[in-house]
Design a protein around this ligand. Structure first.
Ligand SMILES: Cc1cc2nc3c(=O)[nH]c(=O)nc-3n(C[C@H](O)[C@H](O)[C@H](O)COP(=O)(O)O)c2cc1C
Length: 190
């Protein structure tokens, strides 16, 4: 079993990476393989709305790393999306991934169906719930299964490392990891 995490921050190893790693640690304790892709330093181009991906099961454009990332999303049992809040929503790199993946999914239904999906958000102050909703909208329209935690999955911090002071948020990440592992094990048993 494998969970692929995508970090939408422009900052490598920043607060969003810390949040994601807090979830991945729990998954690893449960024997689940993990991988994190960090989008920092990469540019994911927006969807061209060409709708030529029907039958291809991936995007028609190979001018960036989207095709490789989407291939890994298809192969994973679970997908953890993490984003910092940028202007009250997710980062533009993460949005480009969601737009393109959603159109590929539209044109080739069921590619992510029944995978487990979870979102984590980091904010300095405002917009976390909105960004969280954006990521969850993607999972739900892909027919994915979305486990929750004991709060909405968000951490607060500005400077890298700040989120380590958010004890409640970190406890929520740990619990989220346990819940993802629980659901994955139930699904995979069948
Ligand atoms: C372009 C940009 C826009 C941002 N907009 C918001 C915002 O609307 N609300 C907020 O609370 N924080 C905002 N932030 C702050 C980041 O969410 C915060 O610093 C976060 O910890 C960054 O996570 P990272 O270390 O993973 O990059 C913004 C940061 C950047 C770079």
């Amino acid at each position: 079993m494998k969970v692929l995490a995508i970090n939408g921050s422009s900052r490598k190893d920043g607060n969003t990476a810390i949040a994601i790693n807090a979830v991945l640690e729990e998954l690893k304790k449960n024997g689940i393989e993990t991988e994190m892709i960090q989008l920092a330093g990469k540019v994911i181009n927006p969807c061209k709305a060409c709708f030529t991906c029907g039958g291809k099961k991936n995007c028609s454009f190979q001018n960036d790393e989207f095709v490789e990332i989407y291939q890994k999303m298809k192969e994973a049992d679970g997908i953890l999306l993490g984003s910092p809040v940028y202007t009250a929503d997710i980062s533009s790199n993460m949005k480009a991934i969601l737009d393109r993946a959603a159109v590929v999914g539209d044109m080739n239904p069921g590619l992510l169906k029944h995978k487990v999906g979870a979102a984590v958000i980091v904010a300095r102050r405002g917009g976390a719930l909105n960004a969280f909703d954006t990521l969850n909208h993607f999972f739900l329209v892909q027919e994915m299964i979305v486990p929750g935690s004991n709060y909405w999955n968000m951490l607060y911090g500005k400077i890298p490392g700040d989120v380590l002071k958010d004890e409640e948020g970190l406890a929520n990440m740990k619990n989220l990891g346990e819940n993802i592992a629980y659901v994955l094990k139930k699904i995979k048993k069948q």
